[in-house]
Design a protein around this ligand. Structure first.
Ligand SMILES: NC(=O)c1ccc[n+]([C@@H]2O[C@H](COP(=O)([O-])OP(=O)(O)OC[C@H]3O[C@@H](n4cnc5c(N)ncnc54)[C@H](OP(=O)(O)O)[C@@H]3O)[C@@H](O)[C@H]2O)c1
Length: 353
């Protein structure tokens, strides 16, 4: 486990010969904000940093605090792109806009989450019919990944860093479900006696499922792009504006106690960002499942000519924790469940225009 000083020292060695392009989907607050800020400091502002979120005001404040390169330096930019990540149409528009004007992306970091995905008592559907807990934590990240991958491929082809990172809950080996992938049944039959009073089974399922689905997401794309780095990482317990669990009024005294106790084990978002950045910069290619100190729980580097295998129905393909024949600690997918999740995801997204 690297100490904070060791993570900082390792990050301090990042001095690329080119201007890195880094996109933070969720960079206007919390872990994403702190990571963007740490990268801006490390590069002395010589980076093209894109913050994606809803709050232009928050983004402007963050960008105003970034160091600015000296006159004469070219290619750097610090910008905000608005997006409601609960709308896949909006995420697609943002991706199309980025693809039309960026030649490459070196780092794509996805942290966006929201109150609708943090509630343990309430759940529902977005306007596009997606589960509240899965829309931002999984579906938007799938769309960003798929639509921006060509720009990561371009960065790699130029011999530069190319790394896609999703920050959620890696390392727990949450098994991927094989039915009710969109939680429609779970919402219909959720055990909940009074609105907003007791925990909703569907809400809890949504929170847990999102974690496993993110394993599936990185595994799917990593096996198809063996020359790029893909990471699912756990940030740990972090003091961020969004780290508030909604537990209902009946459990609010307990929530109050947990919040106080939580302060004993949480880290600041700046400290967390150093560990996350360490995970981001300390990888060349392959799949990485990392913990809250940026340590590798498991990793696999595919051969450059690896052909992704998700469709065969052999006993190995159904084994949880095995990706294309490779056992991965802390990974919850199997080739069969990942294939089913991706098929389902594509079907659902194809209905959203
Ligand atoms: N903090 C923790 O202790 C903790 C623990 C375990 C896992 N995690 C996971 O780690 C990740 C980062 O957590 P965090 O605490 O840094 O989150 P956060 O403080 O809640 O930040 C969330 C980001 O998501 C953006 N966002 C919220 N709703 C949005 C929407 N509808 N459309 C677009 N962007 C939206 C916010 O920007 P705008 O407000 O500008 O839209 C903000 O930039 C999340 O996936 C979270 O689930 C966090």
């Amino acid at each position: 486990m690297p100490t904070l000083a060791a993570a900082e020292a390792s990050n301090a060695g990042f001095a690329p010969s080119y201007i890195p392009v880094a996109v933070f989907a969720g960079g206007t607050s919390g872990v994403g904000h702190a990571m963007a800020e740490a990268l801006a400091r490390q590069t002395k502002g010589r980076a093209h940093i894109v913050l994606i979120g809803r709050s232009a005001e928050a983004a402007e404040k963050i960008i105003a605090g970034f160091p600015k390169p000296v006159d004469g330096d070219e290619g750097w930019a610090h910008e905000f792109v608005p997006c409601d990540a609960n709308s896949m149409a909006s995420v697609r528009r943002v991706c199309a806009g980025l693809r039309s004007r960026l030649k490459r992306i070196n780092f794509l970091v996805m942290t966006a989450a929201g109150p609708r995905g943090n509630s343990m008592v309430e759940t529902g559907e977005t306007d596009e019919g997606l589960d509240d807990h899965l829309s931002m934590r999984y579906f938007s990240r799938y769309v960003y990944s798929k639509e921006l991958l060509p720009l990561l491929v371009s960065a790699r082809e130029q011999g530069q860093h190319a790394h896609l990172m999703t920050v959620l809950g890696a390392g727990f080996g949450v098994k991927l479900a094989s039915s009710d992938l969109g939680l429609v049944e779970a919402r219909r039959s959720s055990i909940k006696f009074l609105q907003g009073v007791v925990l909703s089974v569907a809400a809890l399922k949504g929170m847990i499922r999102g974690v496993g689905y993110n394993d599936g997401l990185v595994a799917w794309f990593a096996a198809q792009h063996p020359n790029i780095a893909f990471t699912h990482i756990h940030p740990g317990q972090v003091r961020t504006p969004g780290a508030i669990l909604e537990a209902g009024w009946l459990l609010s005294p307990l929530a109050w106690v947990i919040t106080r106790l939580r302060h004993l084990i949480t880290v600041s978002q700046d400290e967390c960002a150093q560990y996350m950045l360490h995970g981001l910069l300390d990888a060349d290619r392959g799949l990485f499942i990392r913990d809250n100190h940026g340590d590798i729980v498991s990793a696999h580097v595919f051969s450059p000519d690896h052909t992704a295998r998700f469709v065969d129905d052999s006993p190995t393909a159904r084994k949880a924790g095995v990706l294309n024949g490779v056992q991965m600690k802390g990974y919850g997918g199997s080739d069969a469940t990942v294939a089913a999740l991706m098929k389902y995801t594509e079907e659902v997204l194809s209905e959203i225009k």
